[in-house]
Design a protein around this ligand. Structure first.
Ligand SMILES: [Zn+2]
Length: 384
């Protein structure tokens, strides 16, 4: 592979690439038979949050469900309280540390959602950090506004509280986010205990009016019809999908909406029901995989671990799983012309692994075989 000005300038057998004029004065990096992949694209993360929820992890192990914990003020509300109390500097340090680990595991681009602020100042604080971090460190960040993560505490006790909050998002916060250039996408948690399908449509339509592309948290806890809504709105992605039915699978298969599966979530919560990846792939849906890095349900930044789960639990082949975290994920972020594959003209975003066969990447679970990570032609991580 020949890299020039951060882009892939040539790819193929050494004999062919070495003949290219620009190759003569190029610096040579020999990866000695290791496996080179496109850098991973993690298309669903909640990067900015204040703290872990290890205390809830123990309660869950002892038998409390995610929803029971949420009803007692735990869950997302717990993270909201902690985020509001944290300074921008504290949040930035934690996110920065996570981004370094993302790079060490082969990830070169992530999507990041707000949604632990749920008031004007705190949501803008998170989205501004996406922008700052995107400019100051090498991993590219696609920013998503998830003001509709859950109904915030101030609106919970009120009659029509959820409707009032949706109105605040649609009429005040979305225009504010867009006028400050702080997000590309708008997301809603459309599920039992969060927002209804009608409320979700209201928020996403307001986003669309301001050119925010829809994404959706859909059918994780219950089947709500969120997948059908995602397809109807031509959303970039529809994520989770543990509870989808045959009609939802067909609708996704006929659409350009990516089905983004988050097996780290089910694994961490100890759930037995994973999303029906095989059925989605066999029906012809575009399937992506992501970490869903967040403190409550999927505290991991490890794409190699997600690949292992996709293969052993979702029964995806290693090749399908790798496509799902590279080209398909890039497509769900609207970046398919720039990243997600190793082709001439694309950004030189690479991850090199200390293995002889790409199938060994998911095969060795829970260990990091990433040896080198390159973003736009620049080394951003090298194993000792
Ligand atoms: Zn999520």
């Amino acid at each position: 592979m020949l890299i020039s000005d951060g882009l892939i300038a040539g790819v193929g057998p050494a004999s062919k690439v070495e003949k290219l004029a620009a190759a003569r004065k190029a610096e040579r990096v020999d990866v000695a038979g290791r496996v080179v992949l496109p850098g991973f694209v993690d298309s669903h993360t909640h990067l900015v949050h204040a703290a872990s929820r290890a205390e809830e992890y123990e309660l869950k192990i002892q038998g409390a469900s995610y929803e029971e914990i949420a009803k007692k003020g735990g869950g997302i509300l717990n993270s909201v309280q902690k985020l509001r109390a944290a300074t921008s500097q504290q949040l930035k340090r934690r996110a920065q540390a996570a981004l370094e680990v993302f790079a060490a595991l082969g990830t070169t681009t992530i999507e990041a959602k707000s949604g632990y602020g749920l008031d004007v100042a705190s949501e803008l604080k998170i989205l501004s950090l996406h922008k700052e971090l995107g400019a100051e460190q090498p991993i590219e960040i696609a920013s998503t506004f998830l003001g509709a993560h859950i109904v915030p505490p101030e609106f919970r006790g009120k009659a029509n509280g959820a409707e009032e909050y949706v109105k605040l998002l649609a009429e005040w916060l979305i225009p504010e986010v867009v006028s400050n250039g702080l997000a590309e996408f708008c997301d809603v948690f459309c599920d039992r205990g969060a927002f209804t399908r009608a409320q979700s449509k209201q928020v996403l339509s307001a986003g669309l009016k301001h050119k925010l592309i829809p994404r959706l948290h859909a059918e994780q806890l219950a089947r709500t019809g969120a997948t059908q809504l995602a397809v109807e709105l031509d959303a970039a992605s529809c994520d989770h999908l543990e509870q989808i039915n045959e009609n939802d699978i067909l609708a996704l298969a006929k659409s350009g909406t990516v089905a983004t599966l988050l097996p780290g979530c089910d694994f961490h919560l100890g759930l037995k029901q994973y999303a029906p990846a095989r059925k989605l792939i066999d029906a012809g849906a575009i399937v992506a995989l992501a970490t869903d890095y967040n403190p409550g349900t999927s505290p991991t930044v490890s794409m190699p671990m997600i690949l292992s789960l996709a293969c052993s639990q979702l029964r995806m082949t290693p090749a399908e799983a790798i496509s799902a975290v590279t080209s398909n994920a890039a497509y769900s972020l609207g970046r398919q012309n720039r990243i997600g594959s190793l082709e001439v003209g694309k950004q030189a975003d690479l991850a090199v692994f200390e293995v002889e066969d790409y199938r060994e990447i998911p095969y060795y679970f829970g260990v990091n075989t990433c040896w080198l990570t390159v973003k736009s032609g620049r080394v951003i991580y090298a194993a000792a």
